[in-house]
Ligand binder design. Structure first.
Ligand code: SF4
Ligand code: ZN
Length: 349
């Protein structure tokens, strides 16, 4: 069968997104052009900007680094690209995946900054899991990662961060937020740019790319990426939603992008409470309370009471605890667990 696009070469693959039979060359080209279209139609970048690529060594961020460097040259975006990695301190997982990021650094000739939980918080995820077990570890990891990326981005002096979230990740998060009735996060999780009104915006150029196509692209291009799952990944809830989505994709591949489009059309009711945007009085980073979730979690770890720091009343407990040390901290506001993630998707990048 001939390629549906060039009508010359032999078709080598069937695109998971739309079932088109295409040759390898045309697949690479349309995949890259679709990302280019996403970037241009959403005004993701301005010429001369410094952009950090959140790089975990996994397939998504490796493909993002490859496609962004390719398009930056092909279309002369004028971007100054950097690789930014977070080392959570997970033996046998992140230490190995960071070796892949090092290879990418050499291959793409991009400056790399690795920032670790140990240097920022004084704790590795290995140590945190020893203390909290495998139930709430991802809450710590997700909140710490979000802030670590911001810290790394400031250190690099970049204008924004790009992450490798793909269409499947976003559709999963939309479904999760619908299933748990989290309207505020639902209104944000599908957005291609977040944090524009904060100090460090984030964007997702692979927002409409199917995970299966990302794997295909990485595989056919023979990119170096790391595919082992984190050894501390319980994520039971996300796992069920992922399975549901995969089953829906089998019957109707467009389900993934349809879920994203549906979320884009939903409007936030005026009675949904929007958390305020404040600066943490302790560390200065973005927070929806006087003290940010990262500081509350860290305080819990340092005092050997991590479980209290996770709960809904954590901020109240924190302030009670620190009343004598900090008279400035007064009435707390109600907070939701891990609110500082602001509807972001908790995966590596
Ligand atoms: Fe962190 Fe992800 Fe591992 Fe959870 S699964 S501990 S969020 S790296
Ligand atoms: Zn803080």
């Amino acid at each position: 069968m001939k390629c549906k696009l060039c009508d010359e070469r032999k078709a080598a693959i069937k695109r998971p997104k739309n079932g088109h039979a295409v040759c390898k060359e045309c697949f690479f080209y349309v995949f890259e052009e679709e990302v280019h279209h996403t970037i241009v139609s959403n005004n993701l970048f301005k010429p001369g900007e410094k952009v950090a690529i959140g790089a975990s060594g996994g397939k998504d961020s490796t493909v993002l680094a490859h496609v962004l460097t390719t398009l930056n040259k092909r279309y002369d975006y004028g971007l100054d690209l950097f690789l930014l990695s977070v080392d959570e301190g997970i033996t046998g997982y992140r230490d190995d995946s960071l070796k892949t990021v090092e290879l990418n650094k050499e291959y793409y000739q991009l400056p790399l900054l690795v920032i670790s939980y140990e240097e920022i918080y004084g704790w590795t995820m290995d140590e945190i899991v020893k203390l909290v077990g495998l139930n709430n570890n991802c809450t710590f990891c997700g909140v710490f990662r979000r802030q670590a990326l911001d810290r790394g981005a400031y250190k690099l002096g970049v204008d924004k961060i790009t992450t490798g979230h793909n269409a499947d990740d976003i559709a999963e998060t939309v479904l999760m937020n619908i299933l748990r009735g989290d309207f505020f996060r639902l209104s944000k999780c599908h957005k291609i740019i977040t944090g524009e009104d904060d100090t460090m915006p984030r964007c997702k150029p692979l927002k409409y790319c199917y995970e299966k196509e990302i794997v295909m692209y990485a595989h056919l291009k023979k990119l170096d990426y790391f595919s082992t799952e984190c050894s501390y990944a319980p994520q039971a809830y996300r796992g069920y939603v992922r399975e549901l989505l995969k089953n829906m994709e089998k019957i109707r591949p467009s389900s993934i992008v349809d879920i994203i489009h549906s979320a884009e059309k939903m409007e936030l009711d005026s009675d949904v409470k929007i958390p305020p945007k404040l600066s943490c009085t302790k560390c200065g980073f973005i927070s929806s309370n006087k003290v940010c979730k990262a500081c509350v979690l860290l305080d819990g770890l340092n005092k050997g009471r991590p479980k209290i720091a996770i709960g809904k009343k954590a901020i109240i407990a924190y302030e009670e605890d620190n009343k004598n040390q900090d008279e400035e901290v007064k009435e707390p506001e109600e907070t939701k667990e891990a609110e500082e993630t602001s509807g972001e998707i908790s995966k590596s990048f």
